[in-house]
Write a protein that binds this ligand. Structure first.
Ligand code: AMP
Length: 326
């Protein structure tokens, strides 16, 4: 699979992507190291990944008075469109703290301080309203809906959520789900949302809530894509060095949605290619703490990982098996 964008500008706002989510401070504990108050947040990871496919991805988020100019410059220097980043002068930035288990996959949330998020009332700049691909990153489902209310008939709406919102805002989350095209969640969240242990059955139950396409992330075991009667599975790249899995899901979403915005078609085959792009992007972010690994990524880096991924998943046809069997 070649890493290239051949989308033809056919609409007034071609190849455009918007991400609403958190821009956060994270404190991350792994069994080997702790990193305190580093840059994080779902919108941060999504836009940093999507920028490899889309010029100036648009960010919708709020930060507080404690958010440093250096972090704003860092995003601006990477051509993230910050017209939709609000600074709340009276509140602190969203804060999340988590601890990973020894398997570096499961984690416990130790602290979530909504701060600025508690009163966030997003107002989209006029230039954002005709965005073609909308990423509803992980945050309150009500805020996700407020953003959808302000975009004019996007081509594709991709959404993420997590157990925090399934537990605390299920009714609102169901209203969001009724308005989206693709939901991306992990296996534990899928079981919780569907209230069913079997992921194939859960995928049917969740798709009946609204999204025609569901992606279930399974950490180091890859990701499953469900659409109509089709199922696709992409492995994760086997990596020796995992420093910090935080943001892997958001990065996956940015790569997935960014690729689709750039290809401009939404068939099952294009979704499969997008899953590989999401997987490739996520494989970088886990190698360093926070979003650092995304800062200076190049298309060549991404192509290298895509090549490894396609080799990993390629199986020469096993035909005439009957002739070999006893
Ligand atoms: P991921 O590892 O892909 O699930 O994303 C982790 C990122 O999501 C971290 O940078 C956190 O700041 C952010 N985050 C954690 N909890 C929440 C929450 N309840 N709502 C929105 N963002 C969150």
């Amino acid at each position: 699979m070649r890493f290239a964008c051949h989308a033809q500008p056919t609409t007034i706002d071609p190849v455009s992507l918007l991400a609403v989510g958190t821009v956060a401070f994270d404190t991350v504990h792994t069994p080997f190291r702790t990193a305190e108050r580093i840059l994080g947040g779902s919108a941060t990871y999504i836009t940093l990944a999507a920028r490899l496919f889309v010029d100036a991805p648009r960010l919708v988020a709020v930060v507080g008075h404690d958010f440093p100019e250096s972090c704003i410059s860092l995003l601006r220097d990477r051509k993230i469109d910050l017209a939709g980043l609000e600074v709340n002068p009276t509140e602190k930035t969203f804060f999340w703290e988590g601890r990973y288990h020894y398997n570096m996959n499961d984690r416990d949330t130790l602290d979530t301080q909504l701060n600025v998020l508690a009163t966030f009332d997003p107002k989209l700049p006029a230039s954002y309203r005709s965005t073609r691909v909308v990423c509803l990153g992980n945050l309150q489902p009500q805020v996700q809906q407020q953003v959808l209310d302000q975009v004019e008939s996007p081509d594709l709406v991709v959404c993420d959520t997590m157990n925090f919102w399934i537990d605390s805002a299920l009714d609102e989350l169901k209203k969001t789900l009724a308005r989206i095209d693709v939901l991306i969640i992990n296996d534990e969240e899928a079981r919780q949302l569907a209230d069913h242990t079997n992921l194939v059955v859960a995928s049917r139950i969740i798709r009946a809530m609204g999204p025609k396409t569901l992606i279930i992330k399974k950490g180091e075991h890859g990701a499953m894509l469900f659409k109509d009667d089709h199922v696709f599975w992409a492995p994760a790249l086997p990596l020796e060095e995992i420093q910090d899995p935080t943001g892997a899901g958001d990065t996956f979403m940015g790569g997935f949605a960014g690729y689709l915005a750039c290809e401009g078609t939404y068939t099952f085959d294009s979704f499969k290619r997008a899953v590989l792009c999401g997987t490739a992007l996520a494989s970088f972010v886990v190698g360093q703490f926070g979003p650092e690994a995304l800062y200076d990524l190049t298309p060549e880096d991404v192509q290298g990982r895509l090549d490894r991924l396609t080799t990993l998943a390629h199986v020469p046809a096993v035909d005439a098996i009957g002739a070999r069997m006893v």
